[in-house]
Design a protein around this ligand. Structure first.
Ligand SMILES: N[C@@H](CCC(=O)N[C@@H](CS)C(=O)NCC(=O)O)C(=O)O
Length: 241
């Protein structure tokens, strides 16, 4: 049994989609990041980086001393699950290297830049024009890179659906709702991913607990207390003791 610590956020959804696609037995331990669940001593013992997702696998891999295996960082988790099941990641060296390239592109580009874009558009208390423009432009540029890639390849890593598509899809939902008409290749790809039953199940993770303070929940009531937990005093206080 694998326990997924997370909630209805893009990074946790990558993992719940993979768990569903791979047919693994799993359960959710809900982490409400607006409540500060990621800052508790219990959670920090699992992930000192105070971010979801985390998985705990009761069937540890070789070399884990037989203890339940704890892993964080969504890209590392996806690779671990792909290797555990032998699915959704090419094994031939060239194809694997290309898949890693696009996985790193998601982890270092799409994830952080889309996150900063959302921060400066929706969550920052004041409007910071330079930062808002900088990340909006970067999101557009990354979307164009993906649009071009999907003009030459059915899936991001190549001919086959892979963990790279699982990593990227949850980040593109909102962007495609707004900009989909100008991105035909990305829209075709997203339609194919969205039609997969495992993706539909994975996208439901923690959805019943979706907070109204989030973009997806309607963005009402996002307060200074939430800012403190995510970006302010409460986020940093353990380093100042
Ligand atoms: N690079 C990390 C990013 C994880 C991340 O940013 N998680 C967010 C939710 S999507 C979180 O837990 N934020 C809580 C916090 O920063 O305190 C990954 O891919 O797993």
């Amino acid at each position: 049994m694998i326990t997924l610590y997370g909630g209805p956020t893009p990074n946790a959804r990558k993992v719940s989609i993979a768990l569903e696609e791979m047919g693994l037995a799993w359960r959710l331990e809900l982490i409400d990041i607006l409540n500060g669940d990621q800052l508790t001593p219990e959670f920090l013992a699992l992930n000192p980086n105070n971010k979801a997702p985390v998985i705990v696998d009761d069937e540890p891999p070789e070399g884990a001393d037989g203890r339940p295996f704890v892993l964080w960082e969504s890209g590392a988790i996806l690779l671990y699950l792909a290797e555990k099941t032998g699915r959704f990641m090419p094994t031939a060296p060239a194809a694997r290297a290309i898949a890693m390239q696009w996985l790193m592109f998601q982890m270092s580009g799409v994830g952080p830049m889309f996150g900063q874009n959302a921060h400066f558009e929706f969550y920052a208390k004041d409007r910071h024009e330079y930062a808002a423009t900088r990340y909006a432009n970067e999101v557009d540029r990354l979307l164009r890179v993906l649009e071009s890639r999907l003009g030459e390849s059915p899936y991001i890593a190549g001919p086959d659906y892979s963990i790279v598509d699982m990593a990227t899809f949850p980040y593109l939902q909102r962007q495609l709702q707004v900009k989909g008409e100008g991105l035909p290749n990305l829209s075709r790809w997203a339609d194919a991913i969205r039609a997969r039953p495992a993706v539909q199940r994975g996208m439901q993770v923690g959805l019943s607990e979706l907070r109204k303070e989030t973009i997806e929940g309607g963005l009402t009531g996002f307060s200074d207390e939430h800012r403190s937990i995510l970006f302010g005093e409460k986020q940093f206080e353990r380093f100042r003791r």
